[in-house]
Design a protein around this ligand. Sequence first.
Ligand SMILES: *Cc1c(COP(=O)(O)O)cnc(C)c1O
Length: 366
Amino acid sequence: MSICDLALPNITAIQAYQPGKPIEELERELGISNIIKLASNENPLGPSPAVLSAIAEASKHICLYPDGNGFSLKNALAQKHQLNINQVTLGNGSNDVLELLARSFVSSSDEVIFSQFAFAVYALLIQAIGAIPVISPALDYGHDLDAMKKLITNKTKLIFIANPNNPTGTVLAPEKIKVFMKSIPSKVIVVLDEAYTEYTTQTVNTIDWLDTYPNLVITRTFSKAYGLAGLRVGYSLSHFDVANIINRIRQPFNVNSFALAAATVALMDNDYIVKTKELNDAGMQQFKLGLSNLGIDFIPSKGNFICVNVATDAGRVFEALLQQGVITRPIGSYGLPQHLRISIGQTSENERCLNALATTLELNYD
Ligand SMILES: *Cc1c(COP(=O)(O)O)cnc(C)c1O
């Protein structure tokens, strides 16, 4: 007998989430410096000075437990989004909130619908619970809401929608999501994952729909545009009854003191978000132009990353780019073995990545 045989079968069947390779690891392996990481959709601006001083201040109190209710941050979020504070739930990253939702509402006999090519964490959470994943075929690499709706059965408990989606960068028009919400049974919970919403130019505020749809939960994060990935903080906005339920099972101090302090300050720092978006828009343009000039196909993206079709084994291209000090993300585990996901970086980083791609694929600029 192996000790693994003692574990639950749904757990032993899980393939662990593959995170982007850390810079230090590559430095150790290759003994090279000057490595750039365009693998995990992090903010290339680095943390804002306001955030760094908030962390320095918070460091004076780290012998104390954090505020378990996260009052200041929740209050700031409630004000920003014009909601009641009891509609906000904080998590150790929005992944934490996604897990709280799944654990609160989904049993092993329930079905959960998500799209082909959708964010990998949904499948992981469902497998961890032992629930039944129902995968809806993608349409042009994005979510097909009509197909998702057709998959709803009596057993459907929850639906995940990532908008924009990671890793494909596809978006759904908010109007379509609204029609979807209107047309599905109110006993099905819809989790609208808006991790990249700050990068979009969306003018419809989905948060306004929470009044109409108690079965709608919106999740957001400080990991991407707010530049706090290392601190782990995200949140959900929902009906207060849903917040009340999921708060019962979260760990009492799931968000640490640094994360609380930094996120509260980051939320007020609108300049940082504006700069982030400008840099991302310019970098996206740079990639679109550069890739087109090289004749490399890509999926149009509304996030801070772009999914590139290298038309060959992307794992090998990934390795070749690594040798040149450029970390990207192969997404074969998503069923896209010829695609690489590349995060938009600083101008010089984007340039280096495009050149490394050209070298690797032996392509010339037109
Ligand atoms: C990055 C990402 C998140 C955020 O995860 P955190 O736990 O908040 O860092 C959530 N959803 C999607 C689709 C993402 O790409």
